[in-house]
Design a protein around this ligand. Structure first.
Ligand SMILES: Cc1cc2nc3c(=O)[nH]c(=O)nc-3n(C[C@H](O)[C@H](O)[C@H](O)COP(=O)(O)O)c2cc1C
Length: 165
């Protein structure tokens, strides 16, 4: 099984969150191949992406929206078939009131348009706080490490449930 983590990070916070998600995926499922791909560094590996069962998208919140680099990636990748894959979103921001939910919903809308299945958290589990996606505050990103790790673990579990090992 393969899981792609595609993200934008200018000052490192979202990249660090991506690493916590990777740690969470691998903690109980070390057989999963995970690839972190920073759009700003042109790291998107198309072959790995199209063969991934799940794709996790991450962005800093810019003016209550996704970063323009991720929006551009979505706009330019309309020919990439991600239909039927599991999708999930995470963001980092300056503030919890800074537009995290609107940004996550924006990313989820792009997943829906691409025909992806959307991972929305598992509301019955009190061990985590994410409902529609994972969120971390940039200047204190380590504080959210446990949530991002749990997010990764849940994505891995759901992927295995849907697609098998
Ligand atoms: C141009 C710009 C716009 C931003 N707009 C918001 C915003 O609307 N709300 C918010 O909470 N944080 C905002 N931030 C803060 C970033 O979302 C936050 O610092 C984030 O963790 C940066 O991620 P990075 O280190 O991966 O680049 C903005 C930052 C920049 C540079």
């Amino acid at each position: 099984m393969k899981i792609s983590v595609i993200y934008v990070s200018q000052t490192g916070n979202t990249g660090e969150a991506a690493e916590y998600i990777q740690d969470g995926i691998l903690a109980k499922h070390p057989f999963i191949q995970v690839k972190l791909m920073n759009i700003r560094e042109n790291e998107v590996d198309m072959d790995f992406l199209v063969h991934s069962e799940a794709v996790v998208f991450g962005t800093p919140v810019y003016f209550s929206s996704m970063s323009w680099e991720l929006k551009r990636w979505f706009d330019q990748s309309f020919q990439i078939d991600l239909s039927g894959k599991l999708g999930a979103a995470f963001v980092t921001s300056q503030s919890l009131a800074g537009g995290v939910d609107t940004t996550i919903m924006e990313v989820l809308r792009h997943m829906l348009v691409k025909g992806m299945l959307v991972f929305s958290g598992t509301g019955h589990d009190p061990a985590h706080k994410f409902q529609i996606g994972a969120v971390g505050i940039g200047k204190d990103i380590e504080h959210s490490s446990g949530q991002f790790e749990r997010f990764g673990e849940c994505i891995a579990q759901t992927s295995i449930k849907l697609f098998g090992r």
